[in-house]
Write a protein of this length. Structure first.
Length: 159
């Protein structure tokens, strides 16, 4: 994992098609969600806290993309970490960096959607105060999802 860092990046409109295609493949591999490249470029990512990439400087290995919903609320649009890197705190570090940046501009609550069978992600979100608020039927190519919402916590809460 050495050399990998979560960094804030420029607008996706400035990315070349090869980089966008690799991230599209990462999202598909890790979440089952299929995006068209032009759809990725149109995501309303917040420039202050919503464009994070896990990279070694040559290859993107994760993303955490977030939009502002209101003055105090944000929505995670995409959060993916390469399968072989999951389970060792890399996602938690990305969340910590996003949360610290978002809190500095007044974000207090966050929401996201997650597949119901993604127990590791649900556990991570739960430790950070998010709770299921609604079921999303068939949202993930035949898989149901949860709408989760809660306070924006930088660190995991003790449970």
């Amino acid at each position: 994992m050495s050399g990998l860092n979560w960094t804030q990046v420029s607008s996706l409109n400035e990315w070349d098609s090869n980089r966008l295609e690799k991230v599209r493949e990462l999202i598909l591999e890790t979440t089952g969600e299929a995006y068209e490249i032009d759809r990725l470029q149109d995501l309303p990512l917040n420039e202050e806290f919503g464009r994070w990439v896990l990279t070694d400087g040559k290859r993107d290995r994760g993303i955490l993309w977030v939009m502002r919903l209101s003055k105090q609320s944000a929505r995670v649009l995409a959060f993916s970490v390469a399968n072989e890197l999951q389970g060792n705190g890399i996602g938690a570090e990305g969340w910590r960096r996003f949360a610290m940046a978002a809190k500095t501009v007044g974000i207090r609550t966050v929401q996201l959607e997650v597949r119901q069978d993604n127990e590791a992600a649900i556990g991570m979100y739960h430790r950070r105060g998010l709770r299921p608020r609604g079921r999303i039927v068939g949202f993930y190519r035949g898989h149901d999802g949860w709408l989760m919402r809660g306070p924006l916590l930088v660190e995991a809460a003790s449970q």
